[in-house]
Write a protein that binds this ligand. Structure first.
Ligand SMILES: [Zn+2]
Ligand SMILES: [Zn+2]
Ligand SMILES: [Zn+2]
Ligand SMILES: [Zn+2]
Length: 319
């Protein structure tokens, strides 16, 4: 009897052990869950009982780009929409370009060039880049007797008595100013007066005996231009044209009254002002003193510059 009880006890114990082992191995009643790893969208889940623990990890999205939606670095899930390119307009030397990714499309526009003129080189209307040089001035390579302010230079012209007789004195630009205007030289919007005070001095026997006649006219450094009117209007202005940044621009010339015109201490002296009204900054007008004989048989004194600009002519550039 004792033996039977003993074996029964052993049997029950073994069954209990087996039962517990089965419960441990096959169920989660002791809290021994077997969890999967959490994913972006699911928490840890027990493979046996489906119990969950914690929270889903959530996606780790990359930033979207111009052409790609956002992508989860963990699971590859895509979301949202690509941003699309942000196109900056094409420029002279750059095609259309995405501000975000730098992608380009199409071709650069190319420069849109003006024609060069006497003051400015060919210039792109769009970006302002300049190319090459301004047009060469017509007189750039001519040797001229250029006068400097305050420096008397010999001036040979015709005798008052006989145009075939030469007399020589001096010519000097004694003063040169650039001004908007004054009483004698009326101002004009966008223009400025360039005013030279010219002085001629003829002395000695030659002058005493023969007297002298002077002649002057105007020309243009850039474009040997003969547009200056021979006669003045009722305001004493003589129109001419200049070539300013590619445009033909109306200008005017005015001769002031004589400030001196007589004998002074055995010297024959003349002094007067010559003004030109030109666009602000224009530097091309030439005041030209030439031999009176050239004009002696002409109908007027203001001969075209092209007819008087020889190696003897004195030239003052009103710049
Ligand atoms: Zn479980
Ligand atoms: Zn994910
Ligand atoms: Zn882009
Ligand atoms: Zn350009």
């Amino acid at each position: 009897m004792k033996r039977i009880l003993l074996w029964t006890g052993v049997g029950l114990t073994a069954a209990a052990i087996v039962t517990v082992a089965v419960l441990i191995l096959c169920t989660c009643v002791f809290g021994n869950h077997t969890y999967t790893s959490a994913t972006c969208t699911a928490p840890e889940i027990c493979t046996r009982c489906g119990a969950t623990r914690g929270e889903p990890l959530g996606h780790i999205y990359s930033d979207p780009t111009c052409t790609e939606r956002e992508i989860c670095a963990r699971c590859g899930e895509r979301s949202g929409e690509p941003l699309g390119h942000v196109w900056l307009p094409a420029a002279c030397t750059e095609p259309e370009t995405c501000a975000r990714c730098g992608m380009t499309r199409g071709e650069p526009l190319g420069h849109d060039l003006t024609e060069a003129n006497y003051q400015t080189p060919a210039t792109c209307r769009r970006c302002g880049d300049v190319f090459g040089e301004p047009l060469p001035a017509a007189l750039k390579d001519r040797t001229l007797n250029e006068m400097q302010v305050g420096v008397p230079v010999p001036y040979t012209t015709a005798s008052y008595e006989d145009y075939d007789v030469d007399v020589t004195g001096t010519a000097e630009i004694v003063d040169y100013t650039v001004t908007p205007g004054n009483d004698a030289f009326p101002a004009r919007e966008g223009y400025e007066w360039h005013i030279a005070t010219v002085q001629l001095v003829f002395g000695g026997e030659d002058a005493q005996k023969n007297g002298m006649l002077s002649a002057h006219t105007f020309g243009d450094w850039y474009l040997l231009d003969d547009s200056m009117a021979a006669t003045e209007d009722e305001n004493g202005l003589r129109p001419f044209m200049c070539d300013w940044h590619g445009m033909r621009v109306q200008c005017w010339q005015k001769t002031g009254p004589n400030e001196e015109a007589d004998w002074y201490d055995r010297e024959l002296r003349f002094r007067w002002k010559e003004g030109v009204l030109v666009p602000e900054g224009y530097d091309g007008v030439l005041l030209i003193l030439y031999h009176y004989r050239l004009a002696a048989h002409a109908t007027h004194l203001y001969l075209p510059a092209s007819e008087v600009l020889d190696e003897h002519a004195l030239v003052f550039r009103m710049q």
